[in-house]
Design a protein around this ligand. Structure first.
Ligand code: ADP
Ligand code: MG
Length: 376
């Protein structure tokens, strides 16, 4: 999979961008606030149809304009295709080869992307919602159908929560239990499938970059008990049971207290919660190991590496770990878009075919002078 051409119009502070990325590294250099993250965010949005950091789609549209557009021409298994996405009036519309995408699976059609941002580095110490989003991003990358499945769960949950908030009679609330349990079990199964694949890879990647003791990657399903079932049907029954059991409590509190929206990704060091005990450096090593595992996992599943988006992470990592990451990126032969304030930090991932871009106040221009002397 190669991103051959990228066009952006009125996305965040980017007015009009048209670039042909390198098949390997494209480095985007700029001072803070110039549009580096916006550029990666545009590519991430194009590839996943999900925002990387926005809470509302309308945030993505450049101030004073009506519509944001991102379009990419890819070659995939010898065939060319163009996908594009527009945001207007808070809504998103996806296109494949210029026609409205009927099914999201057609839209994705083998495009996969792994993003790594400074926000990820804080995931270990953050709240459960941050870790769930982090986990789900890996699930979306691995299983494109998850976008639809996850949304089905969100819809069922929202309906049930609305009734709880309005103090509706118990029987009204219960009418949604089946849908919440069915769609919730699907989400649980996807997360587990991903963790089964990725967990062992993450553990060995962390071992390769640090001397951390006994890294553990697990999942806490809240209120389902320690020995929750393995099959999707079993999970559905267990969720249904828990919903019924907690109905009175949920009606008191006005929200649904059990289900994948309440769960947590469990990261441990030496058997102890990394959130509680890991140092900042240890936490970062864990996340770096996870991201490297994600790259390997996508490659193992699809037979090709994902498109990598590394947003200004080199300045956040210590020199040794940054060197490891740059080495991994170069070895993977993956197509990668890296942003940085300092080109020398990413020099190791660059090669003769690297495209050097400068971003200034939302304008992107090619600038070969950015190439650090020792890779010239
Ligand atoms: N919808 C928007 N329209 C215009 N500018 C925006 C929008 N959203 C964010 N910005 C601005 O875009 C600029 C670039 O942001 P960002 O890409 O995060 O910078 P960088 O990553 O280079 O530090 C910031 O000044 C930000 O305030
Ligand atoms: Mg940024």
């Amino acid at each position: 999979m190669l991103l051959e051409q990228l066009q952006i119009a009125d996305f965040r502070n980017l007015h009009a961008v048209n670039v042909r990325p390198s098949p390997h590294a494209t480095v985007v250099v700029g001072a803070n606030g110039q549009g580096k993250t916006s550029l990666l965010e545009a590519v991430y949005f194009l590839c996943t149809l999900r925002p990387l950091r926005a809470n509302r789609l309308s945030e993505l549209v450049r101030f004073g304009t009506e519509q944001a557009t991102v379009a990419g021409r890819f070659t995939l298994g010898g065939a060319e295709r163009e996908i594009s996405v527009q945001v207007a009036a808070g809504l998103r519309q996806a296109f494949v080869d210029g026609k409205k995408a009927a099914k999201l699976e057609d839209y994705f059609g083998g495009v996969s992307v792994v993003a790594f941002t400074p926000d990820d580095l804080a995931v270990v110490k953050g709240g459960p919602e941050v870790r769930r989003a982090f986990l789900d991003r890996a699930v979306f990358n691995r299983f494109p159908a998850y976008l639809r499945e996850h949304r089905a769960y969100q819809r069922a949950l929202k309906s049930r929560n609305r009734l709880l908030k309005e103090h509706a009679p118990a029987s009204y609330v219960e009418a949604y239990d089946e849908a919440v349990a069915r769609t919730g079990a699907r989400v649980l199964v996807r997360r587990r499938e991903l963790l089964d694949e990725l967990g062992p890879r993450a553990v060995s990647a962390v071992r390769a970059i640090s001397q951390l003791p006994d890294v553990g990657v697990g999942y806490t399903a809240l209120h389902l008990g320690a020995h929750h079932p393995q099959t999707e049907e079993g999970l559905e029954q267990a969720l249904l049971h828990a919903l019924v059991e907690r109905l009175d409590r949920d009606r008191d509190r006005g929200f649904t207290s059990v289900g994948p929206h309440a769960d947590d990704l469990q990261l441990t060091l030496g058997g102890r919660s990394a959130r509680a005990y890991a140092s900042q450096g240890q936490g970062r090593a864990l996340v770096l190991g996870w991201k490297i595992a994600e790259i390997e996992n996508v490659r193992a599943a699809f037979g090709r590496p994902p498109l990598l988006l590394l947003d200004d992470v080199s300045s956040e990592l210590d020199p040794e770990r940054n060197a490891f990451l740059m080495h991994t990126v170069a070895e993977s032969r993956a197509q990668v878009l890296l942003t940085t304030t300092d080109a020398s930090l990413v020099a190791r991932a660059a090669g003769p075919d690297t495209l050097w871009l400068r971003v200034e106040a939302g304008e992107i221009s090619e600038d070969a002078r950015l190439r650090p002397a020792r890779t010239a």
